[in-house]
Design a protein around this ligand. Sequence first.
Ligand code: TXA
Ligand code: MG
Length: 316
Amino acid sequence: MAAIGKDLLLAKKLLDEGQVIGIPTETVYGLAGNALDQEAVVKIFEVKNRPSFDPLIVHIPSQDDLARYVTQVSEKMQLLINTFSPGPVSFLLQKKEIIPDIVSSGLPRVAIRIPAHPLFQALLSSLEYPLAAPSANPFGYISPTKAQHVDDQLGEKIPYILDGGPCQVGLESTIIGEENGEIVIYRKGGLAIELIEQYVGKVRVNEHSDSNPAAPGMLKSHYAPVSPIELYDASVVYTDKCGFLRFEHSLSNISTENQYILSKKGNISEAAKNLFEALRWLDQQKFDKIIIEFVPSSGLGLAINDRLTRALAPKV
Ligand code: TXA
Ligand code: MG
């Protein structure tokens, strides 16, 4: 078990020593280390059991630091950064050499995020370097939205988890980049695409594998519970050993104890906030199967359905 607390000085001390710790953000909890220290970054990959071809997001406290890590930022990208940072969004920008290649998996662009979580902001501001941080889950599993989730799975491998309470957004950051002057969404996430389009017009959505960004269109299992998972089918009679993920309404013919309702008000942001907690809870109950339904596909619903689709993908 890791120590869990709100001690910013201890968090800073451990990071300064090159260690890797759990940190809160408004999207999901991250597993953070000094982004400029190769050895710390290697530790992140090891603790997470993550393949080295999957690049990491670099977190900075404010735009003031941007020019240290990236070269030219286009007008469109600058507009989006100004509008949506700090927040649940990451930007793919041409990296400078100071960012080690291992962080970007050898790619010329690095993902930069300015998070809005106050405790994480305070930590970042106290450091002399940015933090590389993937979501703090073992590779391929459900992302953590509480300090306890991090401890449950990675607690043996890290000394400390900075506790910033439950994540308010609950979905990873939306990843935005630009190709030939066109804005491209590389991962649907906590910032809704409709909001982005209000500023830059229609964007392209590039459905790449979350586990291999160089392989567009590949849908690998990710965000997946250990229990078998299937899509709800109204014509099937389910046993009492099945657990259900519901958006708004429970199923009247199934015990309420077997159901997790994401938002009784039918609120999509609330559903996003509860999604990963719900999948974890369903997994912990050791049901024979987890039966899920999609949510309405607009706003954050697109990102929720993306995670559910990946959770349904066959594990290879
Ligand atoms: O909300 C978040 O983004 C959280 C918190 C901790 O900030 N982080 C997160 O990181 O979700 P992670 O490592 O679980 O997912 C990052 C994904 C990678 O899997 C990859 O698909 C994409 O971001 N990515 C990062 N750098 C990239 C790059 N240089 N080019 C293309 N894709 C990149
Ligand atoms: Mg992740």
